[in-house]
Design a protein around this ligand. Structure first.
Ligand code: ADP
Ligand code: MG
Length: 416
């Protein structure tokens, strides 16, 4: 085919293909829909909890928890933006500040964001955390407001920094004469409470709101509302929408996952110049998303966990399809030596194997060896090509990917 006619075909196909998306932005995670079906109870509860602020009283501290994608962030933002509008209407001195603790990962930056919302400027770095906190407290008291602080993904903060910041914030009212502060803490991790000092926990959870998972029917309603503005009319089949809802419900009732499936399925259909998104596109979207999840997980492993995965990779390459811990330890130790890092103990390696099993990257099965006791058979859960693609890009591990460990050299079968 002449190059001109190739382009003719490409461009014609593009122009003539029916559009799938009307507005793809609507499917983004941070898009805030005007309506939040199936969260009426939580919206009411949170609304009742913050309403006293409109009359100048401090509202209770509130702890919100539920798994990811259950609408916690959306509900909190929805309620507070309406509170802000009402406060303007009634001339009530209410202000709020939303901080995502996972994004704003240091205590310094969190206090700096709080300062900014109360009109106090602090340098980007240079002060101690204590000084930033003092400036915040002074600035807050001077502004004579009811200040509501939303600390989203608070579990990330507690896991990395402990509960020092929360302790300071829960006690701040004792030192305020003209302003009041209330905290709304949001956590994706139900076990977070175990990591909190009991005093912090009891003041933080004056009220608690739980967000349960959505079921398939609820997810379908949520998706339909979003799809109506995201997709062109007739571009989305009912079956595909139902499948997105069912798959996300089977996971843990995660609306974010459902929206991701819907968006990626739309993109798959678009690339195939299909007129309608159908089940098959959703199935393909599921594979894309899973692939991306695995790639991200592999990239973010610590060095030693990466070395464990790479050891299992080499064993599989040498056709040892289900290795025992000792086999892995031999290869792992050799890789450590190549890199000039000290190998962890075999016991520690077992812990890493269990973690990788929980993440779905490896499969570790305990098998009985009769009178020789029990051992673990460990298999790779992923195609080798993914591991190769990710680790080849890794500065330190790259050279080890194609390097056959000496201890496996002799085991390798011909033609394998
Ligand atoms: P969480 O904070 O609990 O992880 P989010 O509030 O971020 O969950 O919700 C994930 C995605 O799902 C967001 O895009 C949000 O708009 C959407 N969503 C969640 N619940 C609802 C709902 N009840 N109605 C409409 N969209 C929702
Ligand atoms: Mg959230």
């Amino acid at each position: 085919m002449k190059s001109a006619s190739i382009l003719d075909e490409v461009f014609d196909r593009f122009v003539n293909s029916t559009k799938i998306f009307r507005d793809r932005e609507v499917l983004r995670h941070d898009y805030l829909p005007e309506r939040l079906p199936h969260r009426e109870a939580q919206i009411r509860e949170l609304g009742e909890a913050v309403a006293p602020a409109l009359k100048g009283a401090r509202s209770s501290n509130i702890l919100i928890y539920g798994k990811t994608g259950t609408g916690k962030t959306a509900v909190a933002k929805h309620v507070l933006s309406h509170l802000e509008t009402k406060a303007k209407e009634f001339n009530a001195p209410v202000r709020f500040c939303y901080v995502n603790c996972r994004m704003v990962a240091s205590e310094y930056r969190i206090f700096a964001s709080l300062c900014q919302s109360t009109g106090v400027t602090v340098p980007f770095t240079g002060l101690s955390v204590g000084e930033v906190f003092d400036r915040f407290r002074t600035g807050l008291d001077a502004s004579k407001i009811i200040f509501i602080v939303v600390l989203d993904e608070i579990d990330a903060l507690i896991k990395s920094r402990g509960d020092g910041l929360l302790y300071e914030l829960t006690r701040i009212n004792e030192a305020l004469a003209r302003s009041k502060l209330a905290i709304i803490g949001i956590s994706n991790d139900l076990r977070m409470k175990e990591f909190l000092d009991p005093r912090v926990l009891s003041s933080l959870s004056e009220e608690e709101i739980v967000f349960g998972p959505y079921d398939a029917g609820e997810l379908k309603n949520i998706l339909s509302e979003r799809a109506a503005s995201a997709f062109c009319e007739t571009a989305l089949s009912d079956g595909a929408l139902g499948l997105c809802a069912a798959l996300a419900a089977a996971e843990h009732g995660d609306a974010r996952r459902a929206l991701d499936l819907l968006r990626v399925a739309g993109e798959v259909a678009e690339r195939k110049s299909a007129a309608t998104v159908v089940d098959e596109h959703v199935r393909e979207a599921e594979k894309h998303i899973e692939h991306d999840r695995v790639v991200e997980a592999l990239k973010n492993l610590t060095l030693h966990s990466k070395l464990v995965v790479l050891s299992v990779y080499h064993l599989k390459q040498a056709e040892v399809h289900s290795a025992i811990t000792g086999d892995i330890y031999d290869v792992y130790s050799e890789l450590c030596a190549e890199l000039g890092v000290t190998a962890l103990t075999q016991r520690r390696l077992c812990t890493l194997v269990n973690e990788l099993d929980a993440m779905g990257l490896l499969n570790a099965k305990v098998v009985s060896m009769g009178r020789y006791g029990r051992t673990k058979k460990i298999r790779l859960e992923l195609p080798r090509s993914i591991i190769k693609d990710v680790f080849v890009e890794d500065g330190r591990l790259g050279p080890l990917v194609d390097h056959v460990p000496r201890c496996l050299g002799k085991q390798k079968k011909s033609g394998g």
